[in-house]
Ligand binder design. Structure first.
Ligand code: S2G
Ligand code: ZN
Length: 471
């Protein structure tokens, strides 16, 4: 388990001042400092990142968030903002001595604005709760991923989360039409009108979206919903390899309403069928499995069949249009993450690649890992439609950063990014220069020093230490 390094300043005295301050200024029950109660906030979902919190503040509204942030600024104790603690890059758990600012209690969901098909939600509302609220109004929040029951909207906005539907609907950024955020001095910037055209001044909310809690604490968002699609079909294809998956994707783009094209390789399918006692989805094994989904206003089954028959290479397919049938087909893909966590501490990578580079990246990463880590188990899955691969490596010491550099360098060499949707956090900050220029990183530093000059928000996340820039 990688423990966060101790922050440079001695925070024990400052932490005591902070705790005393917050005891006075927050409602009772809003501050936890009993070590027994802190544990769940201190370790991430993979078990790879952990630290010890000075305390956990659990405000229930933006004003209390502002109070907590101002107290941290006053006492010099850094903070880490936490939603559902489903982050995967060590960005949502404390370094030793930090305050965890849990926004889970800001879980309110407003009424749907039926004129604009928009919805105001608190940062602590879970994705699943918001999806249900939208469905109750005959609408849809077209963003989804397997951690929906725990992941919060605030965390998803802070990381500009992607998920399976980004292929057609874009990432979280495209859903946000209003934002409220608390900045490092405790001031609250609120733009929740939801105007689709509003270019009055700099777009401060746009800078905070995707900043992973390093520029502000997001307390609320206004989300753009879409009308529900009356017809949905999920099809699970077997193809020989990732080149076959790209041929399939090209064909599926002709089908109206294509919104997702996820994949899993043969080791993934074998593992999830074995550990979750699932029947093989197709009569014979394939090198790669693609789970595609279309949501349309009319039945597109025939269009899908036509495109499936047009493929240049061998393939097989099983499809479903009913809710339970579609869930069964998605289960192979959705159960993968918990299955992999059940095997030990997975080293998880989330790279984005130009589509054409995916097969050569896949070949290169397999060869390099086999040569440097012959005993490692490798599982590759993700969202082939938007070039986002999740490379999961098991049976390697979680402290061994050699794997991180090998995978991330390989992605950069293939013209890709070291983070497509999970973010940089603490895990990848050393590698940012692999895919961002020095000028780009300098601009990021200017933004950080302008909005958080004292480094109150999440120090050490996203931006490399100056001496680390050489990677
Ligand atoms: C996925 C979810 C997080 C994980 O399954 O698409 O982005 O555990 C991942 O890898
Ligand atoms: Zn993903």
């Amino acid at each position: 388990m990688k423990r966060h390094p101790r922050p440079t300043t001695d925070t024990s005295a400052a932490a005591r001042d902070l705790i005393a301050d917050l005891r006075r200024s927050l409602p009772s029950g809003a501050l936890l400092d009993d070590p027994e109660l802190l544990a769940t906030y201190e370790t991430d979902i993979t078990g790879r990142y952990s630290g010890s919190a000075a305390a956990v503040a659990r405000p229930s509204d933006a004003e209390q968030v502002s109070t907590a942030v101002a107290a941290c600024a006053e006492t010099g104790v850094p903070l880490v903002v936490q939603g559902g603690n489903t982050g995967l890059v060590g960005g949502s758990v404390p370094q030793d001595g930090e305050l965890v600012l849990s926004l889970a209690r800001l879980d309110w969901i407003g009424p749907v604005d039926g004129d604009a098909n928009q919805l105001d939600v608190g940062a602590g509302a879970t994705l699943e709760a918001v999806q249900k609220a939208a469905a109750a109004a005959g609408l849809r929040l077209p963003i989804d991923h397997a951690a929906r029951s725990a992941a919060t909207i605030g965390g998803m906005v802070a990381t500009d989360a992607g998920g399976a539907l980004a292929l057609r609907h874009g990432t979280m950024r495209r859903r946000v039409v209003g934002l409220e955020t608390v900045l490092a001095d405790g001031s609250v910037v609120s733009r929740m009108a939801g105007l689709l055209k509003d270019n009055a001044g700099y777009d401060v909310p746009a800078i905070v979206i995707g900043s992973e809690g390093t520029l502000g604490a997001i307390t609320a968002a206004r989300l753009q919903l879409e009308p529900s699609a009356p017809f949905q079909i999920t099809a699970l294809f077997g193809v020989p390899d990732l080149r076959g998956a790209l041929d399939l994707l090209r064909a599926l783009r002709q089908v109206p309403g294509l919104e997702a094209a996820d994949f899993l390789d043969a080791p993934c399918m074998e593992l999830v069928c074995d550990r979750k006692r699932l029947r093989d989805p197709l009569p014979s094994p394939w090198g790669v499995y693609v789970v595609a989904q279309c949501a349309a206003t009319a039945d597109v089954t025939a269009d899908l069949a036509t495109q499936a028959e047009s493929l240049p290479g061998p393939s097989d397919v099983v499809a479903a249009t009913d809710t339970e049938g579609r869930k069964r087909l998605w289960a192979y893909r959705e159960l993968l993450n918990e299955t992999l966590r059940g095997e030990g501490v997975p080293l998880k990578f989330d790279v984005g690649l130009p589509l054409a580079a995916i097969p050569t990246f896949d070949e290169a990463i397999r060869a390099r890992l086999a040569s440097s880590y012959p005993d490692a188990r490798l599982y590759i899955y993700g969202h082939v439609g938007d070039g986002n691969l999740h490379v999961n490596v098991l049976d390697v010491d979680p402290e061994d950063e050699g794997v991180d550099e090998l995978v991330l360098r390989c992605a950069a060499e293939h013209g890709g990014t070291i983070s497509a949707e999970h973010g940089i956090g603490l895990a990848k900050r050393r590698y940012l220069a692999l895919c961002r220029s020095a000028a780009d990183i300098r601009a990021m530093r200017s933004i950080k020093s302008a909005l958080d000059p004292a480094g109150t928000f999440a120090p050490g996340r996203v931006l490399p230490d100056p001496d680390e820039e050489g990677i």
